[in-house]
Write a protein that binds this ligand. Structure first.
Ligand code: CIR
Length: 255
């Protein structure tokens, strides 16, 4: 499966007020925009046409476009982010999705799902319950996916982890990269798992884009694991994103 398109959104200066579990200082809008440009270039170099939407000062976390929607070849699903300050982001991303897809549907019901909790494997889509994705939202989302012909399964995000994909990434071909906590949950029993070395847990959030794997800068042990497994890795800086718990996957919608 190859990605041909991606949607991103320029980080606003208000990202300094972005949500975070632990405060390591505020990200700078300007520095974040410089890193974002490197990220966009890396996607383009991987063969993807990128549409970058204008920054939205009213939504500090809106550059993390992965959370308010989920894209599949046949259409897009507008999600309901599970935190109040981000609820309006689904409406903001809708026009871009309507330009890109013939079919755009809303998550039915009132439950919450953040796109960061959705892991697309070759044969199944996993939906991780978390502080952002509740059982009601996950069940409604699972039904939409099944209606579109996909197998979907509800899983549990490890304790203290923001999103399911904060702790794992799909590498294609029944292979995943995952933290020890995620491996111990047993969810990947039937897959080939590459383990993220200790103290590099943040680097679990890589993205496979066509022939390359984008890896965050500063995690040499994880890069070495991927290189040794035969992947072609591209290092991308995420120092500003990390200050507000963001990583490589959250910065784009890929399809
Ligand atoms: C948030 O807490 O919602 C943002 N500061 C970070 C979102 C990261 N998104 C993701 O992992 N998919």
């Amino acid at each position: 499966y190859r990605f041909t398109h991606a949607i991103t959104r320029t980080p606003a200066d208000s990202v300094a007020h972005g949500l975070r579990a632990v405060d390591h200082g505020d990200p700078s809008g300007e520095a974040f925009r410089a890193e974002h440009a490197v990220y966009v270039k890396a996607l383009q170099d991987a063969g993807v046409k990128v549409e970058t939407l204008p920054k939205l000062e009213a939504f500090p976390d809106s550059c993390f476009v992965e959370d308010p929607a989920f894209c599949l070849p046949e259409g897009a699903i507008l999600l309901r982010p599970g935190t109040e300050s981000r609820a309006g982001e689904a409406a903001e991303i809708r026009p871009a999705l309507e330009r890109a897809f013939k079919k755009v549907v809303e998550l039915p019901g009132i439950g919450a799902v953040d796109g960061g909790d959705v892991l697309m494997l070759d044969d199944t889509i996993l939906i991780g319950l978390s502080a952002r994705t509740d059982r009601e939202g996950a069940t409604a989302f699972k039904m939409v996916l099944e209606g579109w012909g996909y197998a979907a399964k509800i899983a549990q995000t490890p304790e203290g982890v923001l999103h399911f994909k904060t702790a794992c990434a799909a590498l294609g071909g029944r292979k995943v990269l995952a933290t020890r906590a995620m491996i111990d949950s047993g969810i990947f029993e039937d897959l080939t798992v590459l383990e993220v070395p200790e103290d590099e847990e943040y680097a679990a959030n890589v993205i496979r884009v066509n022939d390359v794997v984008l890896v965050p800068d500063g995690y040499p042990k994880t890069k070495a694991v991927l290189d040794a497994a035969g992947y072609s890795t591209v290092v991308v800086p995420t120092h500003e994103a990390r200050k507000v718990d963001g990583g490589l996957s959250c910065l784009s919608l890929r399809f």
